[in-house]
Design a protein around this ligand. Structure first.
Ligand SMILES: Nc1nc2c(ncn2[C@@H]2O[C@H](COP(=O)(O)OP(=O)(O)OP(=O)(O)O)[C@@H](O)[C@H]2O)c(=O)[nH]1
Ligand SMILES: [Mg+2]
Length: 460
């Protein structure tokens, strides 16, 4: 399906900056831009492609709206593979809106979120994995995340997926030939079986290899949600501030100081970490505190890593026990015994004996003790979560899910290779082939495509 109208949007963030860009794409991009743009001095000459022109955008009455630089780019060597015009305006909310409004007046349509990238996909310039990497580059939370997404944009994942699909097609061809024309194959059926088994095993292993990097890819891409939880007054907000190295959260000796969720980002050894400070969890009648505590529980449930903070200077209480119960089997945790500068009432040995697999760090915020040890424990835990894989290519749940299903299909085909009729094996392989196609967008419904692109920002 080819889009035929001409779209326009502000492609830079809304706010005040040196410049802002309004982008126009579609068959009438040049025509519409020329209606609103008056180039300085070159009124008679024809516009050449991939050149930048200086001049003014005029309103309907011919009054100057803004002084601009305009790039005219003829298809197909453009982002969308359509004609594109980019207008560099002064970067303010009003000049950009006025220029955009002017383009809409002369016939452009306001672009939907992600529509420029969607057109690049629909016009065949990039596949879906590459389109998603554009989103990942924009939203990456670390340098590693940007680099991994850039590799996907260059086609690294598409290439791998195409190769896997090609291998499946070859296996299918053999299976179906042996099924349809067994007498014409001068192969020993047993040799054929063995060959097939080998190539399916190789397929399964390459898929597993790709999946291995998934967790790590997502860690770099999204940042790891890390919740600081504990009963009131143990020093959670103090710990957040110490790790962020700024006084972000209010710290106070009155228990129940933190009411709302507070967040901040830190980078540790390239890992982007989203630290979430929460309200101290305990039984309370205060209705506002109750809401805060409910949010703490939700934040704890969503986190992939929990920093469980205990006050070393106060005896173990049932509230501390309750904190322990928030730990989910799928989550990683680190124990933090804080306030070690005060007289100690809590024996860290008890916790260490009960949970030998969970790292335990002793800290004192005023003495700045144990903080680098805590940071090292966090990095070590993330290394464990990430597993191997040099440059992970999978950073989206959607892609990983499709690959997992494809792998399951190949595994079933392998299991059934000897027992079941060839038809069943080939059905499983067809399924795997189709699932792999979802990664690159070759086999995906319009509805899902719309959902994917709607997550993008307007103007991208
Ligand atoms: N002596 C000592 N005091 C600390 C330490 N860490 C925090 N505090 C003090 O403990 C009190 C509570 O600290 P917060 O960081 O507000 O504790 P919190 O866990 O966020 O408390 P809530 O938000 O009420 O749940 C403050 O008076 C801090 O100065 C520490 O390591 N040693
Ligand atoms: Mg607090």
């Amino acid at each position: 399906m080819k889009e035929t109208d001409t779209i326009a949007a502000i492609s830079t963030p809304v706010g005040e900056g040196g410049i802002g860009i309004v982008r126009v794409s579609g068959p009438e991009a040049f025509l519409l831009a020329e209606k609103v743009f008056r180039p300085k001095g070159k009124r008679k000459r024809e516009i050449a492609s991939h050149r930048i022109y200086y001049g003014h955008i005029l309103d309907a009455r011919g009054e100057i709206i803004d002084e601009v630089l305009v790039s005219f780019m003829k298809a197909p060597y453009t982002y969308t593979r359509e004609d594109i015009v980019e207008i560099n305006c002064h970067g303010g909310v009003f000049p950009l809106r006025m220029v955009l409004k002017r383009l809409l007046e002369v016939g452009a349509r306001l672009a939907e979120p992600g529509e420029f990238t969607k057109r690049a996909f629909l016009n065949g310039r990039i596949d879906l994995s590459q389109a998603e990497s554009v989103f990942n580059i924009i939203h990456a939370r670390s340098e590693e995340g940007v680099k991994n997404a850039a590799r996907v944009l260059q086609g690294a994942l598409s290439q791998k997926v195409r190769r896997l699909r090609q291998d499946i097609v070859e296996a299918l061809a053999w299976i179906e030939a042996s099924f349809d024309y067994p007498e014409e194959l001068d192969f020993d059926p047993q040799v054929l079986q063995r060959e097939l088994r080998n190539s399916l095993c190789a397929l399964r292993d390459s898929m597993a290899e790709l999946l291995e990097g998934e967790e790590r890819g997502r860690l770099y891409q999204e940042g790891i949600a890390t919740a600081i939880i504990g009963k009131p007054n143990v020093g959670k907000s103090s710990l957040l501030n110490a790790l962020l190295r700024e006084q972000r959260a209010i710290v106070h000796e009155v228990p129940g100081t933190t009411r709302d969720i507070l967040e901040g980002y830190i980078l540790l050894e390239g890992y982007p970490i989203r630290l979430v400070d929460t309200a101290g969890i305990h039984g309370t009648r205060d209705p506002v505190e109750k809401v805060g505590i409910e949010r703490s529980r939700e934040a704890a449930a969503r986190a992939r890593l929990l920093l469980m903070v205990f006050d070393g200077s106060s005896p173990w209480e049932k509230e501390d026990e309750e904190i322990l119960s928030l730990m989910d089997p799928g989550q990683k945790a680190i124990f933090v015994i804080n306030k070690t500068d005060l007289k100690q009432e809590l024996d860290p040995g008890d916790l260490a004996r009960r949970f030998p697999q969970i790292p335990l760090v002793e800290t004192s915020i005023p003495l700045k003790k144990g903080l680098s040890q805590l940071e090292r424990a966090i990095v070590a835990t993330l290394d464990q979560m990430g597993g191997g894989g040099e440059h992970p290519l999978l950073a989206s749940l959607r892609q990983a899910e499709a690959l997992r299903e494809a792998r399951a299909g190949v595994e079933k085909a392998l299991e059934n290779l000897e027992q079941e009729p060839a038809e069943l094996v080939s059905l499983e392989l067809r399924f795997a082939w189709e699932k792999l196609g979802e990664i690159t967008g070759e086999t995906l419904s319009d509805e899902i495509l719309d959902r994917i692109f709607s997550q993008f920002c307007v103007g991208k």
